[in-house]
Design a protein around this ligand. Sequence first.
Ligand SMILES: Nc1ncnc2c1ncn2[C@@H]1O[C@H](COP(=O)(O)OP(=O)(O)OP(=O)(O)O)[C@@H](O)[C@H]1O
Length: 377
Amino acid sequence: MTVRDTRRPTSREGAGTPLGEDVAADASSRSPAEKRAVDEGSEPTRNASGSGETSTMEGRDVAVSVTGLCKRFGDGPDAITAVDDVSFDVETGSIVGLLGPNGAGKTTLIKSILGMVLPDAGSVRIRGVDVYDRPRKAYASVDAMLEGARNDYWRLTVRENLRYFATISGVDPASVRDRHERLLAQLGLADRADVPVRDLSRGMKQKVSLASVLAGGAAVVFLDEPTLGLDVESSRTLQRELRRLVEQEGLTVVLSSHDMDVVETVCDRVLIMSDGEIVADDSVDALLSGTDRHRVQITSRDLDAAIVSTLRDRFETIGVDPRDSGARIDVTTDGDGLYELLGHLRAENVRLDRVRTIEPDLEDVFVDLTSIEREDR
Ligand SMILES: Nc1ncnc2c1ncn2[C@@H]1O[C@H](COP(=O)(O)OP(=O)(O)OP(=O)(O)O)[C@@H](O)[C@H]1O
């Protein structure tokens, strides 16, 4: 496994945590080759439970299987349960999105899966192999980019980085030359392929980092905030390339992002975390059809400051746009609330110049499930 993570362990990391975690946290600052050695030499001792057989999910291959994972930081009343009995499977050849507000436990979960944090309980299997019993075998087909990280070799050119990361993931770079050229072209890096990474802009470095993750033969990749800092076009290109790799090459992706549009567009399935637990696990369509929240946009010349103020008090108002005469107001409500809203407007003799209902998006579902305000994510 290679992990691109430039974040160095902070004093917070490892405090009051098992020894294995210090080793793992330290490993994240090493070179990928060194990390392999750490992988080899510092296997945490856990009960043997991995048989190495391939798991299935209703007859389909499972790439990642997480069962009963728990991680607490600290002891006593100040202890924080970052991951609380989390279980899920990821089907081979799919993209699963991990969403959650700040502090929900996403990073701790991903680091536990990757062996960078030692969980207190639970098991993780990658392609049927227990990661704690046989880390080298389990992680052989895994690559990751964490925390929007950029940890390529800045003195090497873009192309050299791709070749390097392919080599250390055990792939002959010549055999994946086509993949590299396509990644370079699709991510808009072709004309910078022979430029040292240090001379590129921040957004370009992010793209190189992503290309490096996809450069080897990894069958399972973990991407934390992969589109952070990318312009709209590059973000879309990356999403297309991910889907292509999934559909044509059977790549499995676990992706965490605060960008709901990215998750909604690219993911087959979404896990929503809140306070260390998975509070939703379903396809985007199922999550959208399961929500009772509606956004209603009402424009009226009669919406004066006093009426708007009452509406703000009584309904979940997400935006007010004053007009030359009256205003346009955006309200989020469920079915009963909609009747109440219209009844209220009628009682106030507000004429409805325009009423628009807006289909709920993933962000509405997220707000519903995590009680987080849209602007507070
Ligand atoms: N090494 C650590 N020591 C102590 N507490 C920690 C440590 N790492 C994480 N935590 C705590 O665990 C909880 C989950 O943190 P985590 O970073 O996993 O959340 P997250 O969902 O990734 O958040 P964000 O979206 O902000 O990155 C938080 O309360 C955090 O403060």
